[in-house]
Design a protein around this ligand. Structure first.
Ligand code: HEM
Length: 407
């Protein structure tokens, strides 16, 4: 695998490098990626690329920790170590059981399908306004005008963030996740400032939720208790950051990349428009196809053998969901975008104890957006190239210029 550098973000600037992972799955499914000039901390890491191995590791949180491992202070689920006690061990998704499970259980009911049924009508009204506004423009950026809007409005609503602040929050979240002008694990004045402003906003909002609780997720977190103790302020604050980022930066990419795949599939739009029963499996295929979160990291807590390779306690281990989603052991003809694919056990939303908490929400949002588009739009015509984000953590779209033709 000479020359492969998954920490060189230029590799991701034109979309996810699937061909590299085809070679990895074939020749080196459990591969130790040596440190390169781009690798944070100068430390290599394991790259797991086959579906079966990824499922095994993701299902064994005791061996593959989301928090950290022996011999290191930090950890978390990115290739770069995040500080322990600030991100690792504090963010819900970078926390191990048993605390992780207790924390997660507090939030599950608000994001469960039953709770979402009550907000679906609101989501449909919002989607109608979003699509009509984009249609009124005609020529628009499908990413910012359509794909990004519903997930952002939905997460603002769910968290109890005033809608008028949502674009500011998105700018902050984009700035902290965008790697246009920096390498992996590096920060700039712009990213530091955005993170600080978002932190201050979250603190003030949580303060308000403590004083005047409402029927929203942040109020719930502000007043929740685990074993009789309130959640520490930092855990509440990091939950706010996590949900804003997870809620706004992923679903939009599934919508945009899904739409892009559909544009390339002649007849797909008409087939879906005329038979909406096809929409749920189409949404699953869009998730598989887009794999908006290409990987998450774990840290080995003990020596373990996988694929005949010895992984040592404390090693970083990366699980590449996007690669699993092209594994032909599981998906026949994996490079065909097939809206009728069943079964479709993709790993776009993860697997195991940290399976995406927003999965049902993401699915409803996608269904509602596409339903609305199919009702009101006759054709989506590309007017320029799709521009990808330069990141190995988000398979994202930066711009997608299109012309919308009304029905
Ligand atoms: C298409 C959209 C989405 C994708 C592709 C996605 C992907 C993922 C993946 C792969 C994980 C597992 C992380 C790991 O194992 O380390 C995850 C976890 C999580 N996601 Fe999502 N997500 C999406 C939408 C959302 C939404 C809309 C929300 C909330 C509003 C959300 C909230 C979360 C949270 C809180 C976790 C952590 C769960 C835990 O650690 O127990 N996600 N997501």
């Amino acid at each position: 695998m000479d020359g492969v550098d998954l920490t060189d973000l230029d590799r991701f600037a034109r979309g996810f490098p699937y061909e590299v992972f085809d070679a990895l799955r074939r020749d080196a499914p459990v591969w130790f990626h040596p440190a390169t000039a781009n690798t944070p901390g100068g430390e290599g890491f394991w790259v797991i690329s086959r579906y079966a191995d990824i499922v095994a590791a993701a299902s064994d949180g005791a061996t593959f920790s989301s928090e950290g491992g022996p011999g290191r202070d930090g950890g978390g689920t990115l290739i770069e170590d995040l500080p322990g006690g600030f991100a690792a061990g504090v963010l819900l998704n970078m926390m191990d059981d048993p605390r992780h499970q207790r924390f997660r259980r507090l939030l599950t009911p608000s994001l469960a399908p039953r709770a979402l049924r009550t907000i679906e009508a609101d989501l449909r009204r919002r989607a109608g306004r979003i699509v009509d506004a984009a249609l009124a423009k005609g020529d628009c950026d499908f990413l910012t005008d359509v794909a990004a809007e519903l997930p952002l409005q939905a997460v603002a609503q769910l968290l109890g963030v005033p809608q008028e602040d949502r674009h500011q929050l998105l700018l902050w979240a984009d700035a902290t996740l965008d790697h246009e002008d920096r390498g992996l694990g590096e920060s700039t004045d712009r990213t530091r400032q955005a993170a600080a402003e978002m932190f201050a906003y979250g603190s003030a909002l949580l303060e308000r939720k403590r004083a005047e609780p409402a029927d929203d997720l942040l109020s719930l977190a502000a007043h929740a208790r685990i074993d009789g103790d309130p959640l520490p302020d930092l855990e509440q604050q990091m939950l706010f950051n996590l949900l804003i980022a997870a809620g706004s930066e992923t679903t939009r990419n599934a919508i945009a990349i899904g739409m892009h795949a559909m544009i390339d599939d002649p007849g797909a739009w008409a087939r879906l428009r005329d038979d909406r029963e096809r929409l749920p499996p189409a949404v699953e295929e869009m998730l598989r196809w887009a794999s908006p979160t290409p990987y998450n990291r774990r840290t080995a807590t003990r020596d373990v053998t996988m694929g005949g390779r010895r992984i040592r306690a404390g090693d970083k281990v990366t699980l590449w969901w996007a690669s699993a989603n092209r594994d032909d052991e599981v998906f026949p003809d994996p490079y065909r975008f097939d809206m009728t694919r069943t079964p479709n056990p993709h790993l776009a939303l993860g697997r195991g104890g940290h399976f995406c908490l927003g999965a049902a929400l993401a699915r409803v949002e996608m269904r509602v957006v596409f339903d609305t588009l199919l009702d009101r739009v006759d054709a989506v015509e590309p007017t320029g190239p799709l521009e990808y984000t330069r990141s190995n953590k988000h398979s994202g779209v930066r711009h997608m210029p299109v012309r919308l033709h009304p029905r």
